[in-house]
Design a protein around this ligand. Structure first.
Ligand code: ZN
Length: 224
């Protein structure tokens, strides 16, 4: 029997999944963080994730998925010789898209959750700011949830606390959870592998900073 008090968080050590880790800690008694090594250019991502998990006091595990890199020869996130798309192309996902990534991550997370006796799986995907990644959409997550339950005859619940939040609302959630500073200084969202404020130039940094500026503006207004 899976426990409704336990949750596995798909955890990369970025802004979104770190916010989700602390969201999960608030809602469940036992939380497990699961990271993946999949040939991302910045493997220090995994070390940062481990540090944050230790701070949060949750069990941390990392899985090797080298095949993702092999399957995505055109992806700029896993191949440093490919120039990153700066803007989202009109009709296709940007070349930072890793095909199948969330499908693989969540499928593995579900098997891991089953081993841990956890009914809940938490992921930081968001449809609001979705950068043209089809596997960040609500319809995909719901569909996969059904498939995972059928595949193992279980009753997993995939939680997506950020699905309908924009980046400034994600900052607000981190603040509500008491981890604003931790998320600001210790997480890494940057595609160029620079923690905290990042490189400031890549699409992920721009999105993160715009969200932060909006949130801080709203916050200072509400204080007046
Ligand atoms: Zn960056």
């Amino acid at each position: 029997m899976l426990s409704k008090d336990k949750a596995v968080v798909v955890f990369s050590g970025g802004q979104d999944s770190t916010t989700c880790l602390f969201w999960a800690k608030k809602h469940f008694n036992e939380v497990y963080a699961l990271s993946f090594r999949y040939g991302q250019k910045h493997e220090q991502e995994v070390e940062l994730a481990q540090k944050i998990a230790a701070k949060a006091g949750v069990e941390f595990a990392v899985m090797d998925l080298d095949f993702i890199n092999f399957l995505s020869p055109d992806c700029s996130l896993t191949h440093s010789d490919i120039q990153m798309d700066k803007e989202k192309p009109a009709t296709t996902p940007p070349n930072t898209f890793v095909p199948g990534r969330n499908l693989f991550f969540l499928s593995i997370a579900a098997v891991y959750a089953r081993n841990k006796g956890a009914m809940n799986i938490v992921t930081g995907v968001s449809q609001t700011d979705f950068s043209g990644y089809p596997d960040c959409r609500d319809s995909f997550i719901r569909s996969l949830n059904v498939s995972l339950n059928l595949s193992m005859d279980e009753q997993f619940v995939i939680h997506t606390p950020l699905m309908w939040l924009d980046k400034s609302e994600t900052w607000a959630l981190a603040d509500d959870l008491g981890v604003f500073d931790l998320v600001l200084k210790e997480t890494m969202t940057c595609y160029n592998g620079i923690p905290g404020d990042g490189c400031g130039e890549c699409p992920a940094c721009k999105l993160r900073r715009r969200g932060l500026e909006t949130y801080l503006k709203l916050k200072s207004k509400s204080k007046r």
